[in-house]
Design a protein around this ligand. Structure first.
Ligand SMILES: Nc1ncnc2c1ncn2[C@@H]1O[C@H](COP(=O)(O)OP(=O)(O)OP(=O)(O)O)[C@@H](O)[C@H]1O
Ligand SMILES: [Mg+2]
Length: 663
């Protein structure tokens, strides 16, 4: 690849505000920015060489989706090119008739058939253009939809462990930006094809009239084409310089209207700093724009002068051919018309070609992402699970996150029997959430075996495993939908059942909270939309709990389900979880609230990825110097000082409406 000198933001002045706020120019480190400025690095010839491959990709996708529309589109474009050549030939005949000797009415009569042919061709050309517009209008959204759906269907099946790999994650993220590129590429390909066929048609007719006329076409077209390339690249450069400035400025201005920042903007006076920074950075941008505009004006002047000189030379050649070479005046007239129309199309060709090249890179990302998603997909087949869940067993299971230096789980052996509450306890980072995700079938062990009713999850039909699991993860999603949809999405493959939704909400102590919302179950639990409302952390946790319960799965995995709940809701949640086991549900509970684990059937204690203790609360408390016992005693000690008079007053817990004042 030919390397060019690229003018990056690094070469531009950086305002004092950018230095203070960002430590220099602000550059995104996101997948889509990788392709910025590629046009300036790539030589024109290198780009032209890639043209057939780019067209091939678009044509293949279009062929797959709607070959009739593609054929209509191609036929209409080629037809228009042929008609353009025909127009030139007919125009030549009109001119021959007009420049012939004889009285004017007779010459006009003689030109009439050719004139009529030009008119008919113009009508036909308009019809073909309409066919082309209709066909591309049919194709473009279709291939965009199919490509986008293919991408997202692939992405949602990628193994979670693969997503943890930054390289895979970035590549998949980059694929998002390629889905609309295919539509734009189709549009650009048609325009490029149209301009190319037009040029070939003009060159072909000129070649027939006189070989030297083709030379003249290129003589005039070359400087115009070159100036179009220069102009396109300069505009591209300018656009991307703008983008960086604009992004940095919008990072600041967005915060000025952000609700979450409103308090500090006022109390700390942060708003003044940001508004001043905006003005400062805008001034830098203005200077840069002025510099670019001056450079652009100079280039355009030089390019136009070159193009004028080339035209002068070309018309000189035409003059010589007319005076000395015996070329008829009509042929010269046709040549002038051909040159003028062709050079107008040239600018469009260069602009669209640049765009095509730019979009092609994003499309390549889309193709790579689709391939990668397929390579890392969760297999869609496997051994069926034998009957309803009886037990989940881990046999010396180890798990290391991709790229991590040490194992998150190290040779863990444990069993989760049906119809019990099994608690996982341990310090932050001890591996509880990781273990829960392995049990749910989201990760496969790096070593050892994880058995669902005796079936290794590596061989099992993972869809069947997922079908038996309900998960309330530590960082469960807050779906930007209605409260009802937030619950129903727990089992969205089944029809929405309001009675079941309400029962799940009852079980998660969420009913009162939801019915008190301005629009009840129809409230959007996302701000910024009509019927939108913002839920508190604890309210979200109740809604998440309702979603997990609505799934009515054999194994309920709840990871810190009460971290944001008030004390009374917390007690109620643990009681409700316990009650679920009566119906045969198995509960895997992760919590730091050890008062709740006291009633668990089994407690597993993790430390740095290792299983260090197991048993019931009573058994673990009997272990002198045990890890669980020491954690429990630390928590219990906090409460020992809570009510100094020892009366155990339960003012707020009793639902007292009036605040009490300490005396
Ligand atoms: N996605 C990840 N990629 C790499 N390492 C991870 C990832 N998630 C967790 N880890 C690491 O794995 C170890 C176990 O993490 P895990 O989230 O399972 O702990 P935990 O017991 O749930 O902690 P907490 O009580 O804070 O929720 C930690 O060292 C953590 O840094
Ligand atoms: Mg965790």
């Amino acid at each position: 690849m030919k390397s060019r000198r690229v003018r990056t933001r690094a070469g531009l002045p950086v305002s004092e505000s950018e230095r203070v706020l960002f430590g220099g120019a602000l550059r995104y480190d996101l997948s889509f920015t990788r392709h910025e400025m590629p046009l300036l690095r790539m030589g024109l010839w290198a780009m032209a060489r890639q043209f057939p491959a780019m067209m091939g990709t678009v044509a293949r996708a279009a062929w797959r989706e709607d070959r009739c529309a593609l054929l209509a589109l191609l036929g209409a474009e080629v037809g228009q090119g042929v008609l353009r050549a025909f127009t030139l030939v007919a125009t030549n005949q009109v001119l021959v008739a007009l420049f012939a000797a004889g009285p004017t009415p007779a010459r006009l009569r003689q030109a009439l058939p050719a004139l009529a042919a030009v008119a008919v061709v113009a009508v036909l050309s308009s019809l073909l253009s309409a066919v082309s517009t209709a066909a591309s209008g049919q194709l473009e959204p279709k291939i965009e939809r199919v490509c986008t759906a293919r991408f997202y269907q692939g992405v949602i099946r990628v193994e979670l462990a693969a997503l943890e790999d930054q390289k895979v994650h970035r590549a998949l993220d980059a694929g998002r930006f390629g889905t609309d590129s295919i539509r734009m590429m189709l549009g650009s390909s048609v325009l490029v094809l149209n301009a190319l066929i037009g040029l070939i048609a003009a060159a072909g007719v000129l070649l027939l009239l006189h070989p030297l006329l083709v030379l003249m076409l290129f003589l005039v077209a070359a400087p115009k084409g070159w100036s179009a390339v220069l102009s396109a690249r300069r505009q591209y450069d300018s656009r991307h310089t703008w983008i960086e400035h604009r992004r940095a400025i919008s990072v600041i201005t967005q915060k000025l209207t952000d609700q979450a920042c409103a308090a500090e903007i006022r109390v700390h006076g942060a708003g003044r700093l940001l508004v001043d920074a905006y003005a400062d950075m805008s001034r830098t941008m203005e200077r840069e724009q002025q510099r670019l505009a001056r450079a652009e004006a100079a280039t355009q002047t030089v390019a136009s002068a070159g193009s004028g000189l080339a035209a002068l030379g070309a018309y000189g050649v035409l003059w010589l051919l007319l005076t000395g070479g015996g070329m008829p005046l009509a042929v010269a007239g046709t040549a002038v018309i051909a040159v003028r129309t062709s050079s107008a199309g040239l600018l469009a060709l260069v602009m669209q070609f640049n765009r095509l090249y730019e979009e092609a890179m994003y499309l390549k990302d889309w193709e790579d992402a689709c391939t990668l998603a397929e390579r890392h997909a969760i297999p869609d087949s496997g051994d069926a699970l034998s009957g309803p869940l009886e037990e989940v067993r881990l046999e010396t299971v180890s798990f290391t996150y991709p790229g991590a230096a040490s194992a998150a789980l190290d040779k863990v052996d444990l069993t989760i029997p049906r119809g019990t509450v099994v608690a996982l306890v341990g310090a932050n980072g001890s591996g509880k959430s990781t273990l829960a995700k392995l049990v749910a079938g989201l990760y496969l062990p790096s070593d050892g075996r994880l058995l669902w009713n005796g079936t290794d999850t590596r061989d099992a039909d993972r869809e069947a495993v997922f079908g038996q699991v309900a998960l309330l993860a530590q960082d469960f999603p807050h779906w930007p939908m209605t409260a009802r949809a937030n619950v129903h999405i727990g089992r969205s493959d089944q029809r929405l059942d309001q009675w079941r939704v309400e029962r799940a909400a009852d079980g998660a102590d969420a009913t009162d909270m939801i019915t008190a919302l301005p629009h009840g179950w129809d409230s959007l639990v996302v701000k910024g939309f009509e019927r939108g409302t913002q839920l508190s952390g604890g309210q979200w946790q109740r809604l998440g709990g309702a979603r997990a319960r609505y799934r009515e799965a054999a194994l309920l995995v709840v990871d810190e389900p009460t971290s944001a709940l008030d004390p009374r809701a917390e007690i109620e949640t643990f009681r409700a979880l316990r009650a679920l086991t009566g119906g045969g549900t198995t509960v895997l509970l992760i919590t730091h609230r050890l008062a709740a684990t006291a009633s668990a059937d089994l407690i597993y204690v993790l430390d740095a990825g290792r299983l260090i203790e197991q048993g019931t609360h009573t058994q673990l408390m009997a272990l002198a110097g045990g890890h669980y016992r020491s954690l429990y005693e630390i928590q219990a000690a906090q409460y020992a000082t809570a009510a100094p008079d020892g009366s155990g007053r339960r003012d707020s817990a009793d639902g007292e409406k009036h605040p009490k004042t300490a005396d």
